[in-house]
Design a protein around this ligand. Structure first.
Ligand SMILES: Nc1nc2c(c(=O)[nH]1)N=C([C@H](O)[C@H](O)COP(=O)(O)OP(=O)(O)OP(=O)(O)O)CN2
Ligand SMILES: [Zn+2]
Length: 121
């Protein structure tokens, strides 16, 4: 058995996107509200009773969130085209540095359109 700990956060950001459909509107700068969720999995340590202290995770997420919130995502270094897939990968890389193999899942959603992408170990 394994425990899963999740924390959700949101950010508002703008981007442009090259596509083969809806080319014009996607190339114009437009914005989305993104909801992201990071999931860690593992066993709680015997002494603390925690897989990871959620306070630690909250701080790590806030640092990352500030890199994305109210940004033009096209300008975020290392992101690449600002797709849900690349946002998952960007968040994954940042969280994996801190939580290595405990990182189990990263999800990014746009509720307004029902779009979602999940990156799993
Ligand atoms: N595989 C992916 N496909 C697309 C992504 C993505 O992240 N991964 N992203 C987009 C765009 O961000 C696009 O802006 C969304 O476009 P669309 O679904 O056509 O919806 P709207 O333009 O109507 O967006 P609203 O937010 O509802 O105004 C496209 N494809
Ligand atoms: Zn878009």
């Amino acid at each position: 058995m394994k425990y899963e700990l999740s924390q959700r956060f949101y950010f508002e950001a703008a981007h442009t996107l090259r596509r083969t459909v809806d080319v014009e509107p996607s190339l114009r700068i437009h914005g989305h509200t993104y909801i992201a969720e990071v999931t860690l999995a593992g066993q709680p340590a015997a002494d603390s009773g925690m897989v990871v202290d959620l306070g630690h995770l909250r701080r790590a997420i806030e640092t990352l969130r500030l890199e994305l919130d109210h940004r033009l995502l096209d300008e975020v270094h290392g992101l690449g085209p600002a797709t849900l897939e690349n946002l998952c990968a960007y968040i994954w890389r940042a969280m994996e540095l801190l939580y290595s193999s405990k990182l189990a899942r990263v999800e990014v959603r746009r509720e307004a359109s029902g779009d979602a992408c999940r990156l799993v170990r």
